[in-house]
Design a protein around this ligand. Structure first.
Ligand code: LAN
Length: 726
């Protein structure tokens, strides 16, 4: 069944993999040995390079009432490629491998290992390939994300993954990685989450892991440090980690784990005093060092856990934690919010209900929605996909560029619209699960995942309104009535920060609920801004776009929306840096935020020639254009909070800059044309654009890929150029 790839590693047969998706956009990979499913879709053929699909690409004969030129051709070829290759028929979404972070796959491996659940052979082989293929080419280690330097977190956990997956310690890949790990001081300096994974595997002592007491959940709800006020991700992760660390759960020590203990440290395991290493973090990993306050709190919590906590209280706290976990499993159709919390939750469920329980088995089965296969192998993704987010942009961009009127693309736009209609939340969360109202909102990935995001709601709502304005789509307008759009507006308004924190702005999943200085309790060491919600300029921009589009077309709450738009725009203006840029938190970086901010300001009538803010925003972008007409911002900008260029210009960043400039009505059209020419020059013969560099980021330090961006934003830039300038 298996053969070897170039590195001599076993690999599965790419022709046998099928991607199965349901109508809510959830997808999983199936190794179809007996050919039970129809042949591979164009997406799979392209994604795994099993077949050349260039001959299948349809071309448009639609008359755009303009003479065909290079631009038309580039646009049509790009649109044809994107829709044909990436569209998935069942769901109407664009599947992709949402990869980059190198600390997700371990969660799957640990959950399987501690519960002694066997990993199917075809998955095991591909997980190994992914880890091997992403090793640092120079030193053989791994970083926090796929384009990072090697760090102690990345190297220790991925080394452990390979060993648990069955790679021999004398395999060249392991030898190199171990050497690197030892140079980094060994696994003793792994940051908090690394220590937690290792402790669960009995490879680290809980005495060396800073505590996360579950009792915090029992504090009065009004206190600012109550976990219910933390950022939803941190909340979900520490909910499960609180239970695990207070129970000090470790799996049984077996011969393999004993061997690994002797491999990952620079001295013998028995000689390590773990309690002295709670705060030991390898220098290269450290992005957000502990504050003195955190160290003091940790000291108190350790003392409390060791000498003061009665057993009955621990039990009661864990019971309460588990009741919240159960509610969250209902809220998220057993997915929890994302893969890190998911893995920790799996282990808690195993401890509470046993590995033979239905709840546990269902959960383990759910890992399939986080696992995604690709040419480099299989990995756990950052979320269960990018479905709603990509579809919302796709619909908007195809309408904005008139491509949605082309009969060739109409079926795709319809399907994506139908998917968005199906994906709106129509129920509320369980009582007592510390969740806000979600009815009317949209998630980032899929409805089953269960979490409303501000900008995803705004972009999806805007896409739906745009379809509803086109007569050509009349037959599907009824799928979402205006009452449901009103619900979206209500959710969106409820997400705006209107209290004393960052007035007028929007955050991600909830409004800010606790003072921002709580960040000084951030225990994760490798990320910034994880403790509470923060104001985000991109989320604010998208929300402005959604609300202003709604206000222009409907009467519901018009006055309130106008007032809210005003304070949101004030926030956007205030968030601009003195050099005219905006710092972007979810894409790379100033270019990404610049595009969103300029688009939001333009919707409310602010352009280059009538607004000082817009003028400065444009001037900043223009100052970064390169000789070849492109932009080249690197992920380093996000880490360092200052504009850093990569070696060569990049198609996605160039598209973002061009979109911002066109929408801001920047007067120098030659400059814009140069950017568009650059985008076209990088297009391949078949209409595609190649992957060039990682596009997204989170928590200031971790890069993540958005594979659809190189189609969506190029098409938008070229389409806007054609419409507004030519
Ligand atoms: C995402 C992905 C999408 C992203 C946008 C919609 C683009 C953004 O505008 C708002 C925030 C959001 C929803 C977002 C939040 C953080 C996520 C979920 C991620 C970057 C994908 C993975 C990441 C998650 C936190 C990973 C787990 C790691 C932790 C540090 C908690």
């Amino acid at each position: 069944m298996f053969y070897s790839d170039t590195l001599g590693l076993p690999r599965t047969d790419p022709k046998k993999w099928k991607l199965i998706t349901n109508e809510l956009g959830q997808g999983y990979w199936y190794y179809d040995v007996y050919n039970q499913y129809p042949e591979q879709t164009p997406f799979v053929k392209h994604h795994l390079s099993t077949e050349d699909i260039d001959d299948e690409l349809p071309s448009s004969s639609y008359d755009f009432k303009r003479k065909s030129n290079d631009l038309d051709e580039a646009l049509n070829k790009g649109a044809s490629f994107f829709t044909h290759i990436l569209q998935d028929d069942n769901s109407g979404t664009f599947p992709c491998q949402y990869k980059g972070p190198m600390f997700m796959t371990i969660g799957y491996i640990v959950s399987m290992y501690v519960s002694k659940t066997e990993i199917p052979e075809h998955i095991r082989v591909e997980l190994i390939r992914y880890i091997v293929n992403t090793a640092h080419p120079v030193d053989g280690g791994w970083g926090l994300h796929s384009v990072d330097k090697s760090t102690c977190l990345g190297t220790s956990i991925n080394y452990v993954c390979l060993r648990l997956l069955g790679m021999d310690k004398n395999h060249e890949v392991c030898t190199r990685a171990r050497e690197k790990l030892h140079k980094l001081g060994g696994a003793i300096g792994a940051p908090h989450w690394g220590k937690i994974y290792l402790a669960l595997l009995n490879l680290y002592d809980w005495d060396g892991v800073n505590p996360a007491p579950p009792e915090l959940w029992a504090l009065p709800k009004s206190l600012p440090i109550h976990p219910g006020k933390w950022w939803v991700h941190t909340r979900a992760i520490y909910l499960a980690v609180g239970y695990l660390s207070a129970s000090r759960y470790q799996c049984e020590l077996d011969p393999l784990l004993k061997e690994i203990r002797s491999e990952i440290y620079t001295k013998s395991y028995e000689d390590i005093d773990f309690s002295k290493n709670r705060n030991t973090v390898c220098g290269v990993d450290l992005y957000y060092p502990h504050s003195k306050t955190l160290n003091f709190c940790n000291y108190l919590m350790v003392f409390y856990g060791k000498y003061l906590r009665p057993n009955w209280l621990l039990k009661a706290a864990n019971n309460y934690t588990y009741s919240i976990i159960k509610k969250e499993l209902v809220n998220t159709s057993n997915l929890t919010i994302a893969p890190v919390s998911f893995a920790f939750t799996c282990i808690v469920v195993m401890l509470e209900e046993g590995k033979d329980s239905k709840t546990f088995k269902d959960l383990i089965d759910g890992f399939k929605y986080y696992l995604f296969h690709g040419e480099q192998g299989m990995c756990v993704m950052g979320t269960d996909g990018v479905q709603v987010w990509d579809c919302a942009f796709f619909v908007q961009i195809f309408i904005m560029t008139d491509l949605a009127l082309d009969p060739l693309y109409m079926p795709y736009v319809s399907k994506a619209y139908e998917f968005l209609c199906r994906s709106q939340f129509d129920t509320e969360c369980e009582e007592g699960s510390f969740r806000d109202s979600r009815k009317g909102g949209w998630p980032f990935s899929t409805k089953p995942q269960g979490y409303t995001v501000s900008d995803c709601t705004a972009e999806a709502m805007k896409a739906i309104i745009m379809v509803k304005q086109l007569n050509q789509y009349k037959h599907i307008h009824h799928l979402l009535d205006s009452k449901r759009l009103n619900d979206s507006v209500d959710v969106l308004l409820s997400l705006q920060n209107t209290g004393s924190f960052e007035y007028g702005s929007f955050s991600t999943y909830e409004p800010i609920k606790a003072p921002l200085f709580l960040e000084s309790l951030n225990p994760a060491e490798v990320f910034g801004n994880i403790m509470v919600e923060y104001p985000y300029v991109e989320c604010t921009d998208s929300s402005v776009l959604g609300l202003s589009y709604f206000k222009d077309n409907f009467d519901y709450k018009r006055d309130i929306i106008s007032k809210r738009l005003k304070i949101a725009l004030d926030y956007i203006r205030k968030a601009q840096h003195p050099n005219g840029s905006w710092y972007g938190c979810w894409g790379v970086c100033f270019t990404y935020a610049g595009m969103f901010a300029l688009e939001a300001l333009a919707t409310e009538g602010e352009y280059y020639d009538n607004s000082e803010v817009v003028k400065r925003g444009c001037d900043f972008l223009v100052s970064k254009q390169r000789e070849d007409g492109g932009w080249s911002e690197s992920m380093k900008s996000s880490e360092l909070h200052t504009y850093v260029e990569s070696e060569r210009s990049l198609v996605v960043q160039t598209s973002w800059a061009i979109i911002g400039l066109i929408l801001a009505k920047y007067p120098d059209q030659d400059l814009i044309k140069k950017g568009c020419d650059f985008i076209i020059s990088r297009q391949q013969e078949n209409g595609s654009w190649n992957f060039e560099d990682i596009e997204g980021v989170f928590n200031h330090s971790c890069a993540i890929e958005y594979p659809s961006y190189r189609y969506l934003f190029t098409i938008k830039a070229l389409g806007l150029y054609k419409k507004n300038i030519l």
